[in-house]
Design a protein around this ligand. Structure first.
Ligand SMILES: Cc1cc2nc3c(=O)[nH]c(=O)nc-3n(C[C@H](O)[C@H](O)[C@H](O)COP(=O)(O)OP(=O)(O)OC[C@H]3O[C@@H](n4cnc5c(N)ncnc54)[C@H](O)[C@@H]3O)c2cc1C
Length: 485
C-alpha cells in the first residue's frame, strides 16, 4: 500500500532479490518485494506461450549436489512448488583438428576413464600426465590455496601448465560459459572455486516449467510470511534523507522503509535511482568503472518434429576460446569461423514444456552486452549462431514453425536498465574478473546508510542463478544481524 511502512523493501524479484526477501520475511521482518516485470525470475524467468513453457533463454545451473537454491526452497517450505531436474542426458561435440564433429564420452558413466576424454581431445601419450596434473590441481586445491589466487587471471594460472590448445579450448568453453569473461580476465580464485564445485558436485541442473518457477516460489514465500509482493511496479527513485534511506518512489507512490535492498545491479541503482548529491564523487567514479560480463544471445526454435533426444548440447573446436582481442575484432565485423555454441532442449527434460510431437530448441552464444548493438551487428552474430547449430542439425530448417531471437536489447529490457555505454545486456551481472570477484568483489553494503545490494553484483560466488541465491542468503543474514543485533 502506498504510504505504508515496512522493515525492508527489496527492489527486483530476480533470484537474488526474491530469495533474500523470502528469507527476511521468514525471519519475522515486514518485507515489500517490488518488480517492474509481470513475473518474478529476472534473467531466468519463465515464459508460457503457444503451448510452450520454458525459461526465457538457455539456463543450465550448477552445482547439482548441495545446491543452495534447492536448500533455500526447502528451508522456506516451498520446495513442493518446484521440480528440479538433474540430467546426464547431454551431448558435447568437439570439431577436431580435421574439422570433424566428434562426440565426447558419456561423462555420467561411473567407469569414465580420463583417457577417453584425452583420446577425444586428441592428446598424445606424452601430453596426458600434464593434463592429469592440471585437472587434479583444480579438483583438489584446498580453499586456503585458492584464496591466494584472487589477483591473477585463470589464463595466467593455466599457462603454468604445458597443456595443449585443444585442452585449453575445452577448459575455455566451460569457464567462458560460466562467467562470460575471457580466461585472460577471469579471477582465478573464482574460476577454480567454481570449477571445483562442478567437477565434484556436478552440473546440468534444470527446472520443470522453467527456472522462473523457483523465483515465483520465493515470492510466494514472502507472502506466506506476511510480506507483500508487487509486480508490474517500477521503482523510479530510492529516497534518501540526511544520508539514510527512507523508502522508494514507484510511479509517484511512496513506500517507506529504513532499509532498501536493490537487486537491479549496482550501476543502475547508483547512477539512476539515487540522486548524485548523496554519493561521493570517488564512489560514483568507482561504480562507473565496474565492468559487466559479456552478453549471451541466441534463438528459440519452435519445431513441429522432435529431432533430438538430448536435453542439452555444446559445440566447440580448438579455435573457439574467446579473447578480448578476438571479441573486439568480431565486434568490428571480423567474425571467427567458429564460435562456441550451447543449446537446451526443454522438451526432453520436461515433457510438459512442449505440445505433443513438438519441440523447442534454444541456442545461446557469447555476445556483446551492449543493448545498443546495431541491427547489422545483431544480424551478423545471429547468423553465426545459426551457422553453428546447423553443423549439428543440418535439417533443422525443415521443421521450424516459428523462430524468435533474443539479444542484449531484450535482456536489458527484461532485467537491467541501460545506464552506461555497453552495459545493460550483460548475461550474469558484473564480470567475475580480477578486481571485481573473490576478495575484490564490491561490498553488498553501499556507502548510503540502509542501502544494500543483492544478486550477482555483490555478496555471492559461483555461476549465474546459484551465485544470485548465494548472495540472497548472505545479504539476508547480514541485514538481519544489523537489525536484530
Ligand atoms: C541469456 C542468458 C543466459 C543465461 N544462462 C545462464 C546459465 O546457463 N546458468 C546460470 O546459472 N545463469 C545463467 N544466466 C545468468 C543468470 O540468469 C543471472 O546471473 C541471474 O539470474 C541474475 O540474478 P540477479 O538476482 O542478480 O538479478 P536479475 O535476474 O537481473 O533480476 C533483477 C530484477 O530486477 C528487476 N528490476 C530492474 N530494475 C527495476 C526497477 N527500477 N524497479 C523494479 N524492478 C526492477 C528486473 O525486472 C529483474 O526481475 C543467464 C542469463 C542470460 C541473460
Amino acid at each position: 500500500m502506498p504510504g505504508q511502512s515496512y522493515d525492508i523493501i527489496v527492489i527486483g524479484a530476480g533470484f537474488g532479490g526474491s530469495s533474500c526477501a523470502a528469507l527476511l520475511a521468514q525471519k519475522g521482518l515486514t518485507v515489500l518485494l517490488l518488480d517492474k516485470n509481470a513475473r518474478p525470475g529476472g534473467k531466468a524467468l519463465t515464459i508460457s506461450k503457444n503451448g510452450f513453457t520454458y525459461t526465457v533463454w538457455l539456463v543450465n545451473s550448477a552445482p547439482l549436489q548441495d545446491n543452495l537454491l534447492k536448500k533455500t526452497l526447502e528451508e522456506l517450505g516451498v520446495d513442493d512448488k518446484v521440480e528440479l531436474v538433474g540430467t546426464d542426458n547431454i551431448i558435447t561435440y568437439f570439431k577436431n583438428s580435421q574439422g570433424v564433429l566428434t562426440i565426447g564420452p558419456d561423462s555420467s558413466s561411473s567407469e569414465l576413464d580420463p583417457n577417453q576424454i584425452f583420446d577425444w581431445l586428441e592428446l598424445s601419450e606424452t601430453e596426458r600426465d600434464e593434463a592429469l596434473r592440471f585437472f587434479g590441481d583444480i579438483t583438489l586445491m584446498p580453499p586456503e590455496t585458492i584464496e591466494t589466487l584472487n589477483d591473477i587471471s585463470f589464463g595466467e594460472w593455466m599457462s603454468r601448465y604445458n597443456i595443449t590448445q585443444n585442452l585449453k579450448s575445452f577448459m575455455s568453453f566451460l569457464t567462458d560459459g560460466c562467467f562470460l569473461v575471457p580466461v585472460e580476465r577471469q579471477c582465478c580464485a573464482e574460476t577454480i572455486r567454481t570449477m571445483q564445485a562442478i567437477f565434484l558436485r556436478g552440473g546440468n541442473h534444470f527446472c520443470k516449467g522453467g527456472w522462473g518457477k523457483a523465483a515465483e516460489a520465493f515470492a510466494d514465500a514472502v507472502e506466506a510470511n506476511n510480506g507483500s509482493v508487487m509486480m508490474k511496479t517500477r521503482v523510479d527513485k530510492i529516497i534518501v534523507k540526511d544520508g539514510s534511506v527512507t523508502g522508494v518512489n514507484a510511479g509517484g507512490n511512496i513506500y517507506n522503509a529504513p532499509i532498501v535492498i536493490s537487486n537491479i545491479g549496482i550501476q543502475p541503482t547508483i547512477l539512476k535511482l539515487i540522486d548524485n548529491q548523496y554519493v561521493e564523487d570517488s564512489y560514483l567514479d568507482d561504480v562507473k568503472q565496474l565492468k559487466p560480463s559479456w552478453g549471451f544471445m541466441g534463438t528459440r526454435y519452435f519445431l513441429n518434429k522432435r529431432i533430438t533426444d538430448k536435453s542439452f548440447g555444446i559445440l566447440f573446436s580448438p579455435e573457439t576460446a574467446w579473447t578480448d582481442e578476438k571479441f573486439n575484432k568480431a565486434r568490428a565485423g571480423e567474425m571467427p569461423e567458429d564460435v562456441p555454441l550451447w543449446y537446451e532442449v526443454p522438451t526432453n527434460y520436461d515433457p510438459n514444456s512442449s505440445p505433443e510431437g513438438k519441440m523447442i530448441i534454444m541456442t545461446g552464444f557469447i555476445s556483446p552486452s551492449d543493448p545498443e548493438m546495431t541491427q547489422e551487428e545483431i544480424d551478423r552474430w545471429l547468423a553465426k549462431g545459426e551457422e553453428m547449430i546447423l553443423q549439428i542439425f543440418p535439417d533443422l530448417p525443415k521443421y521450424i514453425e516459428n523462430r524468435e531471437h533474443y539479444t542484449p536489447h531484450d535482456v536489458s529490457a527484461l532485467t537491467r536498465d541501460h545506464v552506461l555505454a555497453g552495459q545493460g545486456g550483460e548475461c550474469i551481472g558484473l564480470a567475475q574478473c580480477i578486481g571485481q570477484a573473490g576478495s575484490s568483489k564490491p561490498s553488498f553494503q553501499s556507502p548510503i546508510q540502509g542501502l544494500f545490494y543483492v544478486g550477482c553484483d555483490a555478496g555471492g560466488t559461483g555461476i549465474g542463478i546459484h551465485q544470485a541465491v548465494d548472495s540472497g542468503i548472505n545479504v539476508a543474514n547480514a541485514v538481519y544481524k544489523q537489525i536484530r543485533g
